[in-house]
Design a protein around this ligand. Structure first.
Ligand code: S3P
Length: 178
């Protein structure tokens, strides 16, 4: 990792249902960092749920809110950030996160993701007749972006606690070589 990079925060990226929030909360607890979720920040800022934003203002407006949140994150210290699944599909968002955070991507197979999210209704992109097909399509589209993260971790068949330990280890390694 370049000497010029100062790792003050940890960002968890990756597809919906890979466990970013569950793992992020555990890691934040261990590090005694603040935990934030970009979707929650947007919902609080706009005063609407993600579903309402998509329905009333469209996806492009949501992506603009994401870019604004990403800019504001640059001032953070000692924060674990769980990023919305599409956030790093925009290269400038990932580049911005990398200026202050170690970026860790969580991965799961489309089937595991579907198993985890099928009972939930708050993800507008999956409210389609063929959600598993949509997961496959979006995951394939975003794979090149997710691969740009600093660390890649597979979460299939692993508990959030186990994944959190792995993330923590990678974070401590990155900070010690910083
Ligand atoms: C999205 C993922 C969601 C949320 C929105 C769009 C995406 O976040 O930002 O529904 O484009 O993949 P999670 O990854 O936290 O579910």
């Amino acid at each position: 990792m370049s000497d010029a990079r100062i790792i003050r925060n940890l960002a968890l990226v990756g597809f919906m249902g890979t466990g970013k929030s569950a793992v992020g909360r555990l890691v934040a607890q261990q590090l005694q960092f603040t935990f934030i979720d970009t979707d929650e920040l947007i919902e609080n800022e706009v005063g609407k749920s993600i579903s309402e934003i998509f329905a009333q203002q469209g996806e492009a407006a949501f992506r603009k809110y994401e870019r604004d949140v990403v800019k504001a994150l640059c001032d953070r210290r000692d924060t674990v950030i769980a990023a919305g699944g599409g956030l790093v599909a925009e290269a400038s968002n990932l580049a911005s996160l990398k200026t202050h955070a170690l970026v860790v991507c969580l991965w799961s197979s489309p089937e595991t993701i579907w198993g985890r999210v099928r009972a939930q209704t708050h993800r507008p992109l999956l409210q389609t007749p063929d959600p598993l097909g949509k997961i496959r399509e979006l995951l394939a589209q975003r794979t090149p972006a997710y691969r740009q993260a600093d660390v890649q971790i597979l979460t299939d068949f692993r508990t959030p606690k186990d994944v959190a330990q792995h993330v923590l280890h990678q974070f401590q390694l990155a900070r010690s070589s910083n």
